[in-house]
Structure formats: C-alpha cells, structure tokens
Design a protein. Structure first.
Length: 353
C-alpha cells in the first residue's frame, strides 16, 4: 500500500507501449475544512467531492498528479509529482508508437491540463470557480499520431468539446448546457466519435451528436433511481456502453436502444467508475469502483449478457473512487495488474484480477 498523503480519487495506466509501466494517481485536498463531501443531490444521494463554502470564504481545492512506475516486483515507485488544483479525472490519449504519451487532467479550477513527458500546457474550459468533473479522449479505438478530441463535463451543467488545430494547439470548439445538476461524466462513443454521452445528478443520461445543434440531445434516458456517475463505451464490442449510478447498479446498454438496459447488475455501494478490460481476449470483463463497497471485477458474458462478480478487492477502508487496468501483458496466471485508490484513507494499492 502507498500512502498518497492527500485524498486520492483517480488512477490511470498509460496505454503507450513505451510507457505501459507508468500510471498516475490524482489527489484532491480541500483546505481549511474537515468535511470534503457535503453536497447532496436533489434525490438525497451523496455527491462527489463538492464541498459547500464556509461563510462567504471560497474554499481552496489543491491537488497533485502523482506519477508512478511499476517495479519488477510489481510495487509502485513514485517518480514524479505535479502540483495542480484538485484533480477530479485523468485520461491518457491513445496515440501510436511514434507519438509521445500525453495525459489530460481535469481540475477544480475549470482547466484541462495536458502533460507530455517533460512538457505541459493548460486549457481553460470555464471560470476558476467551475470544476472540470470528467474528461475522455476520442482516440481509444483509433490511436493517432497527433492529439485526439476531448469531451469535458463541468460542474455548472455544461459539456464542452476540445480539438487540436493544424498546429497542434488545443482549444474549446463547442460548449453547451447539458444537465440541470452536476454532469459527473462525459464520454465518447469510441466507434462513432461524432457522438458523446453524458450523465449527471439529474438522474439522466443523454446522447449528443456534435455535428448537430446542442439544443436537443439525440436521446434522453430518465429511468435511473439516482445520479448517473460513469459511462464507458466498449472498446472491443460495438454499440455497448457500461453506465454506473449512485443506485448501486451498473447498466449495460445497446446504444441503438439506449432507454432499456440489456442488463442491470448490483455492485453495491454506488458505482463511481467502470472500465472495460483493454484486451480483446478479456472483453467480457469490467472493472468497477464501488464507492462504499470496494472494487470488483465483473464478467458480462453470453448472448443474454449474464452478470457475475468474479473478484472483489476490499483492502481499502474508505470511498473507492479511482481504478484502472494495466495495459501490460497478463501474468502467468492470466491475471492483469490493477491499481486502485481511495479517498479519506488516501491509499493506493496494486493487485491483480
């Protein structure tokens, strides 16, 4: 176990073949307060990392991006530390072997920060009192020699799309109001990158076609019992997405019929992150950060998409937020290295599943 010192909420392994032993952990510290999670959603569910102000004084949210390397003994060795506003989400851009690894970081002051080895830049998506809640790159299925596009969700209910121009400079090209409450997640359809999905505290998941007007989504699903927290398009099976909610469930949808799920599985404790396995040989395996009920590996298989929990990891003693699969080859037992982190106990673990 690694003590991250500050509360930890995000873990991402680098997919680049030259740096697959590298992963990052994001932290979030609210200064001058003993309570970090006090905002409640309209339905009474606990929301993520959004504190109230004390009096009229604006709270300061500080963060760090901790960079780790996996050693030969499968331990985590910290090699770098980047000071930032509080980190809420991180994603690596999937690039070809000839391009450098690039990490995108969403922070609590409305910025997306891009970090290449030995280089970095910051792009403002919103005023500094608005949090960037999540981000996703468009290049998961089709790695590129240059940067892909980003979709970002913001705490004021907006989504925005960032794209690089011919010189490689990234900027906001579209921004629109998407949800009445915090949109905790925004994600690309990796098979059709003209489409993005979003979900939020308004108990709603929406689909958007970025080629059209943003006045109306292409679909709206209001059939959730609590806020929508996480969405990921399947990188190996077209039309499938995994969607998590505070209602302790993970849903698998066919995006051609996005209102009624193919399967609804109970993961306990609220689902904060879902991650499909990066290898096509394990395309049925889904990694889940279960907030109040630890981390789980779930198998979604068969024609009827049978659901079963195949492994639990319960060594964390606090909110299970950040988790990711390694892109390195599996071990002799066919297991994949996993990194996970939790909030109040500021703990980082490596395990296999």
């Amino acid at each position: 176990m690694v003590n991250t010192v500050w509360p930890a909420d995000s873990v991402e392994f680098c997919p680049h073949e030259s740096a697959s032993d590298i992963f990052v952990c994001g932290t979030y510290l609210l200064e001058n307060s003993t309570v970090d999670v006090v905002h409640t959603a309209s339905d009474g569910d606990e929301a993520h990392l959004e504190p109230d102000n004390i009096g009229n004084q604006r709270q300061v949210r500080r963060g760090k991006c901790l960079v780790f390397q996996v050693t030969e003994s499968r331990a985590a060795s910290q090699i770098q530390e980047i000071n930032l506003p509080a980190v809420l989400d991180q994603k690596w851009c999937h690039t070809t072997s000839t391009a450098s690894p690039v990490l995108g970081v969403a922070d609590s002051e409305g910025n997306i920060t891009l970090h290449e080895w030995h280089k970095g830049e910051s792009i403002s998506c919103a005023p500094s009192d608005v949090l960037c809640l999540s981000l996703d790159w468009s290049t998961r299925r089709f790695p590129t020699n240059t940067l892909g596009s980003l979709v970002v969700s913001l705490s004021d209910g907006s989504l925005c799309v960032l794209k690089p121009d011919p010189t490689g400079e990234v900027s906001v090209v579209d921004k629109w109001h998407a949800h009445d409450y915090e949109p905790w997640i925004a994600a690309w359809n990796y098979w059709d990158t003209s489409v993005v999905y979003s979900g939020g505290d308004d108990l709603t998941m929406k689909g958007w076609d970025i080629r059209q007007s943003f006045s109306r989504p292409i679909f709206t699903n209001k059939r959730f019992d609590a806020g929508v927290t996480t969405i990921q398009s399947h990188p190996h099976t077209e039309h499938l997405i995994a969607v998590g909610s505070y209602d302790n469930s993970v849903y698998i949808f066919d995006v051609r019929k996005p209102i009624v799920p193919l399967v609804r599985g109970d993961v306990g404790g609220g689902a904060w992150r879902v991650k499909w396995h990066p290898s096509p040989t394990r395309k049925e395996d889904l990694l889940v950060a279960g907030m109040h009920d630890g981390f789980k590996v779930v198998k979604v298989h068969g024609e009827g998409l049978a659901w079963g929990i195949t492994k639990r990891f319960d060594d964390h003693k606090s909110l299970a937020y950040g988790v990711d699969w390694s892109f390195t080859p599996p071990d002799v037992d066919g297991q994949t290295l996993i990194a996970s982190c939790s909030f109040y106990d500021h703990a980082l673990h490596l395990w296999s599943g």
